[in-house]
Design a protein around this ligand. Structure first.
Ligand code: C5P
Length: 223
């Protein structure tokens, strides 16, 4: 299509997992392929936006016409997001690790045969969505979060909208039976303060296209 509803807009997207190092060879991560976030970045570019994609470690090529910043940890991702601001729209599709090891070992932890296992102490990562949505200065005009849930999908999404300060939560049911994680299709519910809109199961790139146009239609009018 030739419709360019996001011409002149800067769209920031996060995608993929984060890797939180335990030692030089091990990490904590989330199960995320990055496909949905990359598809959103590509769709936003196709809709005319200037797009910055902050991506965790994934095996996906840079979408055409998108500036990609590759990061590893949640802290790196937050820093890259802050550098990329200001943005008209920020879409937080990354599956950020909630916790990271409190200490990163400088060399590989060894299994020494004694049966004594190393303790894994974790500490909380910054919540990127919540941090950006609660900014007083330079908050993006529209802040969109995702809620990947296995239970009480809509109720959890509604709570997340308030707690995280987002304008829109895109909720999806990632129960293993749905094969969303790593799969090519997604079923989403768009949760806003005004209500909930549910879409049928669609390919992730079609979800991305529709989502970008739906979001463009909700942009606050500019002076
Ligand atoms: O709380 P939960 O992880 O389910 O929230 C998901 C939403 O919050 C997603 O939009 C995700 O990108 C964002 N998030 C984040 N930073 C975190 C955790 C989640 O930006 N540390």
């Amino acid at each position: 299509t030739t419709a360019k509803p996001l011409l002149g807009k800067h769209v920031l997207v996060t995608a993929g997992p984060t890797h939180e190092p335990i030692d030089p060879v091990r990490y904590i991560a989330n199960r995320s392929s990055g496909k949905q976030g990359f598809a959103i970045a590509a769709a936003a570019a196709a809709a005319g936006a200037r797009v910055t994609l902050v991506a965790g470690p994934v095996g996906l090529a840079d979408p055409e016409g998108v500036s990609v910043r590759r990061v590893e940890t949640a802290r790196d991702m937050l820093a890259a997001v802050e550098i990329a601001l200001p943005a008209d729209i920020a879409i937080f599709a990354a599956a950020v690790a909630d916790w990271r090891p409190a200490h990163e070992a400088g060399s590989k932890l060894k299994k020494d045969g004694s049966g004594i296992v190393p303790p894994l102490h974790v500490t909380e990562n910054p919540d990127i969505l919540s941090t950006i949505a609660h900014r007083r200065d330079g908050r993006p005009g529209l802040v969109v979060g995702f809620a990947a849930e296995t239970d009480d999908v809509l109720e959890n999404a509604r709570k997340k909208l308030g707690r995280k300060g987002a304008d829109i939560i895109v909720a999806n049911d990632v129960s293993p039976a749905n094969n969303v994680m790593g799969g090519a299709a997604n079923t989403v519910h768009l949760v806003t303060p005004e209500g909930i809109e549910s879409w049928p199961q669609l390919p992730k790139d079609e979800v991305a296209r529709r989502l970008v146009h739906w979001i463009a239609g909700r942009l606050p009018p500019t002076a």
